[in-house]
Design a protein around this ligand. Sequence first.
Ligand code: ADP
Ligand code: XUL
Length: 518
Amino acid sequence: MFLGLDASTQSLTAVLIDPISGEIACQLSVNFGGDLPQYGAPSGFIPDGVNGEVHSNPLMWLEALELLFSRLSRVTDLSKVVMIAGSGQQHGSVYLDASFPARLGSLDPAQSLASQIAPALTRCTSPIWMDTSSGEECVEITEALGGASEVCRRSGSIAIERFTGPQIRRFYKSDPAAYARTCHIHLVSSFMASVIAGKSVSIDYGDGAGMNLLNLSTLGWDRDLLESTAPDLSSKLSAPAAAATVQGFISRYFVNRYGFSGTCQCALFTGDNPASLVGMGATRPGSIVISLGTSDTFFAAMPGPMTDPNGFGHVFGNPAGGFMSLICFRNGSLAREALRDRLGLDWPAFDRAPHATRGAAGINLMLPFFGPEITPRHDFSGPVLQGSPAFESGVDPALQVRALLEGQFLNMRLHSRWMQVNPERILLTGGASKNDGIPQLVADVFQATVERLEVSNSAALGAALLAAVAGGHLLADLRQVFCQTVRGTSMVPEAALGPVYEDALRRFEVLLDGVSSR
Ligand code: ADP
Ligand code: XUL
């Protein structure tokens, strides 16, 4: 059995696969808000951060890991797991002192992970991908490198607020003493992998590319980017390496506490989006993946090197080799949830709305931003509406839901032009892909066939597949077995809506330009 873990924004998920029988033996999640309410993070992050700060408590992730393993050990025999791999929400960072490796190497199974690792934290909370507080640091790094295009040429992205490098610089500037005490800086993915492997492990190329620190030509840390970010940074980062590299045996802590075998091995973890690319069977160019999680992401394996001239898109490592391109939209599920709550709907009613209004005369436009957005970068304070009186006055909830979803996917179409892909097939994943109204709407807006896979948590599945690859299985074989689309659920676009959405896209762009330039 091969175990994949996904430490995402709102939950920690396990997918256990048996490549020989082709079965998914078990899928389980711990929801941070619901299962660990004592951390005061109903959506996985600490609410009401100031100056754009969005942080999570890394001890919550450790407690979730213990809860997940104890639940798994009740329903499955963990001694059968031969390899573990994983993924994490990208960009988030954990700061630890010199005692971290020794603590990991001598964990006492009679005590909790959180209590034993807490003393090594030099920063008690971790900035995550939703954090927009490091604008000043982005400017400083960009100036030091001689411009945004140089940062992008080296790292695959211009300096971005949520990326780890600018966040590290902000920490260094705001608390230089704590920064100086820090000897190990980890991503969420490499932190979780280190805990499981019982030693401080590497950051993989997939997730490492989301730091504004990795040079994509050399696949090593870029000296100039390191120096412009913070002093002595190279000594605090372990050397980057390929995903699915085996790190050694699982820590004795988990053997004693949860019944893993002492011969179970651990592979490097990667970012949730690179893992999702694997789980969707999309590591070769040709398909686009849209993941509707807390954030919405739009990504694909890249046929060749390309960066976004407007600076919204990113290049990350493809765990199967080469690179992937990605665009992230902050107002994903959080905006859908905000509208659902504002209209007093439940998910089933929300799901029915796009069907109920399909073909309704005229397209009402909504700039679907309930809070600050990163694509496009703007401090929106609420959605902007333009359309019929019934729509603008909000009397018809179904029209609102439809316009929100259309706005989200028009915005994706607009900002993915630089990838120069004209997708014929789009694969949908993430929590909101369970919504039955969304796939048809995506097919119509993009004029492409839309398919869903059996497993909705593609990041955890991708991690399980990477564990199997680390254990000697071939990705091509695994893809045949585990990445099949759900039969009979493929959505075909209505051709008559092609010109309707072309026109809507033009109007959407004009509306957006008017608001963004204010
Ligand atoms: P993440 O990996 O970022 O934690 P998930 O991919 O697990 O997020 O998605 C979780 C989200 O899915 C929930 O926060 C919820 O907003 C959304 N969701 C669940 N069911 C539906 C539905 N029927 N329609 C739309 N969104 C849904
Ligand atoms: C990608 C991004 C998010 C996080 C959380 O750049 O910021 O998708 O990985 O899922």
